[in-house]
Design a protein around this ligand. Sequence first.
Ligand code: SF4
Ligand code: SF4
Length: 124
Amino acid sequence: MGTFRISGLVLRSLFKRPSTTKHPKVAREWEDGTRGRVLIDAPSCILCGICAKRCPSDALAVDRAGATWEINRMRCVQCSHCVEVCPKKCLIMDKQYTSSSMSEVIETAEIQKADKEREEKTPE
Ligand code: SF4
Ligand code: SF4
């Protein structure tokens, strides 16, 4: 009985599409709603710091004086809370995942001060 079942499985597998892809030759297609990594549209950021204050895993740092926005990708738990609270909607959850690494992955975005000054002068 067991032999028949196994033979059936083997035969079915021979004619089925493989479950795996030829990565990296074939690019992975991510499902809708995949939360891979946080990306910032730096020119839209006003350095308000709300995202960093609301991040549950302390993965974000906003330095107004230095005009930088920083993310520690090893701390981020992809909860998407920063994306939801950003008043300028300049954060998104990209579908790509951060590459594996043996050390902390900290990415820094430099926010143009000239853009900030222009933004502050522009009434909403
Ligand atoms: S997705 Fe969540 S954990 Fe990651 S940076 Fe945003 S608030 Fe923090
Ligand atoms: S990313 Fe959004 S919430 Fe974070 S500092 Fe910039 S404007 Fe503020």
